[in-house]
Design a protein around this ligand. Structure first.
Ligand SMILES: C[S@@+](CC[C@H](N)C(=O)[O-])C[C@H]1O[C@@H](n2cnc3c(N)ncnc32)[C@H](O)[C@@H]1O
Length: 263
């Protein structure tokens, strides 16, 4: 017997259709951000003195005039998602989000933040998302490959990725470094108490040691281990600042007073 289904009210159906469109088109927010980075919109606003209209940006970016209405739409979407601020008169300015996307802005002097949005909106990343249902249906023995591996027969941060697409592989590493660095400067400035009395620390899944090096820079007496998978650690030149350990956190974690898992 067919299961009973409650038919939504008219008001619920109208909302459901609006929600369906909203969910279906949400990816355009990421695409608009990628477009802004590729066109250099945050940098152009900065160079124009911190504020710019759509025509100002058309001229600064040398875009073909027929595209102006479309640039307006992208700018409005960016403003809606807090990537830009906008006055009622259509004058755009930077928000903290777009500030960190301006050319030459390095958070705490290190990471270029554009790498993260560019990596997660890259063709290979998007393709792995498009293959998700297919991945679920695919019956493979353990260890189950990630959706990315399923689609590309290569894994990020693995040699297979270098062979698949060298440029995207480089971008993924840059994104990882940006991700690793994100927030740690603020943590060591604003949460110094966390590190009181600490003599040793293991950063689990610490990547290339960016986070651990920032901690040692702020608290030079702390002995830091960085644990990550062998294929990651073998690419990191030893620096004498932190102790790099190749391994798997599910097997062994280098002993220390505290263990950090930051994601
Ligand atoms: C999101 S990234 C790095 C996160 C980083 N701690 C941060 O602060 O941004 C995750 C890291 O975990 C590492 N990883 C994944 N599985 C691991 C495992 N079983 N043992 C150790 N490291 C692992 C990856 O190689 C990668 O460098």
């Amino acid at each position: 017997m067919a299961a009973h289904m409650t038919v939504p009210t008219d008001a619920q159906l109208i909302k459901a259709q609006a929600d369906l469109q909203r969910h279906s088109l949400t990816y355009l927010t990421s695409m608009a951000l990628r477009c802004a980075i590729e066109l250099g919109i945050p940098t152009a606003i900065h160079r124009l003195g911190g504020t710019a209209s759509s025509p100002d940006l058309m001229a600064a970016l040398s875009l073909p005039p027929p595209k102006e209405p479309f640039l307006g739409r992208v700018l409005r979407l960016l403003a809606k998602s807090d990537a830009l601020a906008c006055t009622d008169a259509g004058i755009y300015s930077l928000t903290p989000l777009s500030y960190i996307l301006v050319d030459g802005v390095l958070i705490d002097g290190e990471a270029r933040q554009i790498a993260f949005p560019l990596a997660v909106t890259s063709r290979s990343h998007m393709e792995s998302g498009l293959g998700l249902a297919d991945w679920f249906k695919n019956d493979r023995a353990l260890p189950v490959p990630s959706p990315f591996e399923h689609v590309h027969a290569a894994a990020p941060f693995d040699e297979s990725m270098t062979l698949l697409d060298h440029e995207t592989d480089k971008l993924f590493y840059e994104a990882l470094a940006a991700h690793d660095h994100m927030g740690i400067g603020t943590v060591v400035r604003e949460c110094r108490g966390l590190f009181n009395g600490l003599e040793s620390l293991t950063d689990c899944c610490g990547g290339d040691g960016t986070t651990a090096r920032a901690i040692v820079k702020a608290f030079p007496h702390i002995k830091c281990n960085v644990l990550d998978l062998p294929q990651v650690i073998e690419k990191v030149p030893s620096d004498g600042v932190v102790n790099y350990v190749a391994g798997d956190l599910f097997h062994t974690v280098p002993p220390a007073q505290a263990v950090m898992l930051k994601d």
